[in-house]
Design a protein around this ligand. Structure first.
Ligand SMILES: Nc1ncnc2c1ncn2[C@@H]1O[C@H](COP(=O)(O)OP(=O)(O)OP(=O)(O)O)[C@@H](O)[C@H]1O
Length: 263
């Protein structure tokens, strides 16, 4: 999956809100990425664009050889039915609340064999006969995972899967998640560092762009397609937007940034 220069503007009662301002992201096949970032930094919008639920104001999303952002309705329908699996926020997001777990995964594949029942077995819900709406939040999330994986998607998009779970339930769901998604490309939005740490990569958004990658203590900055390098949060306080910096390449290849004296 490759996102290039994604810009997304929402128009709310005559005012434009720029949710994405040139986001670039590449996921190799089978790679699992956690998308972190403050509230409002554009994570859910990016997920919606990759899912083909939103159209960007500019930029492209390429998944395999489908340009999702320019695809027609028929191609998008096939994409959502085949390539991509969604596990969205809200327990009833992709579930039939009145049906039991097995009926839910069978519904997802229209009765054809799929991977949903294997996932239910993995989490111990394959014999559960109660309706999904009567299960605990963590069991419902496990069913949502089974439904999302039922058609064996190549790309799984997940929004806050462990929201509102206790730490013990969260860890149990994550164990199942990591096992069930081996080999699947995953893009997961989360606020929880402990959840993100279970993915292969941790990517951090800020103000509608990919700002950094890696653990909080020593993240890498990520260069945008326009060549910009987002400064780390801790530097931004004393190097504000508009500050003039000199970029000097040293003989050994090291880049040195020096702030011009503001006076
Ligand atoms: N449907 C919408 N209409 C108008 N503005 C929106 C809409 N959805 C999101 N926004 C705005 O776009 C910006 C990015 O929102 P988005 O939900 O993508 O961020 P987020 O990082 O997922 O936030 P959170 O962690 O709170 O879910 C925010 O300023 C938000 O208020």
């Amino acid at each position: 999956m490759r996102c290039t220069g994604l810009v997304h503007v929402y128009r709310v009662s005559g005012t434009d809100v720029a949710a994405l301002r040139g986001a670039d992201l590449y996921l190799a096949p089978g790679e699992r990425i956690a998308l972190l970032g403050p509230s409002g930094s554009g994570k859910s919008t990016l997920l919606g664009l990759v899912a083909g639920l939103l159209r960007p104001s500019a930029g492209t999303v390429l998944v395999d050889d489908l340009e999702v952002t320019g695809a027609g309705e028929a191609a998008l329908h096939a994409y959502r039915a085949g390539t991509v699996g969604l596990m969205l926020q809200g327990v009833h997001g992709n579930l039939l609340p009145w049906a039991d777990p097995v009926a839910n995964v069978r519904h997802a594949t229209a009765g054809r064999p799929g991977a949903g029942e294997e996932v239910l077995r993995l989490v111990g819900l394959h014999r559960e006969r109660r309706a999904v709406e009567r299960l605990t939040p963590s069991a419902r999330q496990a069913v949502a995972l089974a439904v999302a994986l039922a058609r064996r998607p190549r790309l799984l998009l997940v929004d806050e899967p462990t929201n509102m779970l206790t730490p013990a339930d969260r860890d149990a769901l994550l164990d199942a998640f990591v096992e069930a998604t081996a080999g699947t490309t995953v893009l997961m939005v989360t606020h929880d560092e402990a959840v993100a740490a279970r993915m292969e990569r941790m990517v951090r958004m800020r103000d509608g762009r990919i700002a950094a990658e890696g653990v909080r203590e020593s993240p890498f900055a990520v260069i945008g397609t326009d060549g910009s390098v987002p400064l780390p949060d801790r530097v931004l306080g004393h190097w504000p937007p508009g500050a003039r910096v000199r970029v000097v390449e040293e003989d050994d290849g090291t880049l040195r940034l020096t702030r011009e004296d503001p006076s």
